[in-house]
Design a protein around this ligand. Sequence first.
Ligand SMILES: Cc1cc2nc3c(=O)[nH]c(=O)nc-3n(C[C@H](O)[C@H](O)[C@H](O)COP(=O)(O)OP(=O)(O)OC[C@H]3O[C@@H](n4cnc5c(N)ncnc54)[C@H](O)[C@@H]3O)c2cc1C
Length: 434
Amino acid sequence: MELNVDILIVGSGVAGLYCALNLDKKLNVLLISKGELSENNTYLAQGGIATARNVEDIPFYIEDTLKAGQYENDRKAVECLAEESIDNINKLVELQVPFDSNGDELSYTKEGAHCNNRIVHVKDKTGQYLWESLMNHVKKLDNVKLMEYTCLVDLIVKGNTCYGGILRKGDEQINLYAKSVVLATGGIGGIFRDSTNQRILTGDSLAFAFKYHIEVMNLEYIQFHPTGLYDNNYYGKRFLISEAVRGEGGKLLNQKGERFVDELLPRDVVTKAIREEISKSNIPYVFLDISFLPREFIIGRFPMIYEKCAQIGIDITKDPMLVIPSQHYHMGGIKVDIDSKTSMKQLYAVGETSCTGIHGKNRLASNSLLEGLVFSKRCAQSINQNYKDIELVTIPITVDKIDIRYFQHENKQLLKKEIQRRSPDLHDELFDNR
Ligand SMILES: Cc1cc2nc3c(=O)[nH]c(=O)nc-3n(C[C@H](O)[C@H](O)[C@H](O)COP(=O)(O)OP(=O)(O)OC[C@H]3O[C@@H](n4cnc5c(N)ncnc54)[C@H](O)[C@@H]3O)c2cc1C
């Protein structure tokens, strides 16, 4: 089957949806998602979205981002992020994202390594509320068609130009031609044994990048979170136990019930200490205890964590949680410029699958949702300026049916190999080797 559209957007998270909202309404757009539309990391985000508080805060926000990234960031991209943050948050308010507020003013909270209170949030479910607001608006657009359970299994490429993609939806395979393709396929957690990410996120765009020699950057910069909830599934999506639990005094304990690390040290240090403790013991997790705090406080402060643990039979007001370090975020990805253009013509990448260079070696807390907003809008603006000069080309191609399971398996192996080549300390047992 063959189809033509103006723009193909691959991914229904913050980056894909916000790009669609900012495209010229004359463009005929198809937006696809691999699983259900809401099965993405955006929906899982808890803490919030970082933003400069005001013009005076911009240089401080830039400095915090550079410092967290160990000055390996792309300075121009960081400046874009900070300078365009306020307008984009105002746009979200216009789109009725129900941010927590104090009267007329948004409520700004503080997170690790920010020198100022500058995180806007909706309770501890920012991602869900953000996604629902964006999706409500996208659904109202006549020019955007949504297709879920539709997987991009290849790009249509000639020379160094992208002319569309090959999609699998159930048994059907579609050659989809487009003037531009926007990759918004999110993170890579699905290739790891333990990850806070949705399992379907397996870095598919990176596989296309390897295949077609599209430039990638910082692939080895991967953030692990020390405390994913262990729930007896050996492989799995780990529910994130927020740093705030340790911030409120939560203690990490080993099999003997002893503390083994200062819980408030940086994420990578705590992660290493937990891994060492696990390797010394005969259980695949350590304990995180806050049961010594008053019951009402725990339930009021951590309602989602309380509820989630109760579902697996743990009452955190009485017993410790079982936790395991889990892959959380990918700083690297497909290299893009500040208009989200990749090294291939007519191909853009936005959100977590892209590497704008804003994170450098390490992401500053709550900078990824903002990156998804700022750079997907810039991507849409670039498309709006250029599409009139691009002709839709339908190169005749015949491709055998691509088996999705095989495609997934091969992608995971390829990406694992590339990551390990760049970062040999990421051992085999951290990956999903099934
Ligand atoms: C538990 C958790 C908490 C977080 N909390 C925060 C936070 O508080 N603040 C913050 O800034 N960041 C947070 N993050 C990070 C942030 O949520 C993500 O980086 C961001 O949402 C990524 O958005 P995205 O649009 O790039 O990708 P996603 O939202 O993950 O969307 C990816 C989309 O791509 C689709 N897709 C993938 N492959 C294919 C394919 N081959 N074919 C078709 N479709 C495909 C998927 O179906 C999905 O729709 C958190 C992440 C996690 C996991």
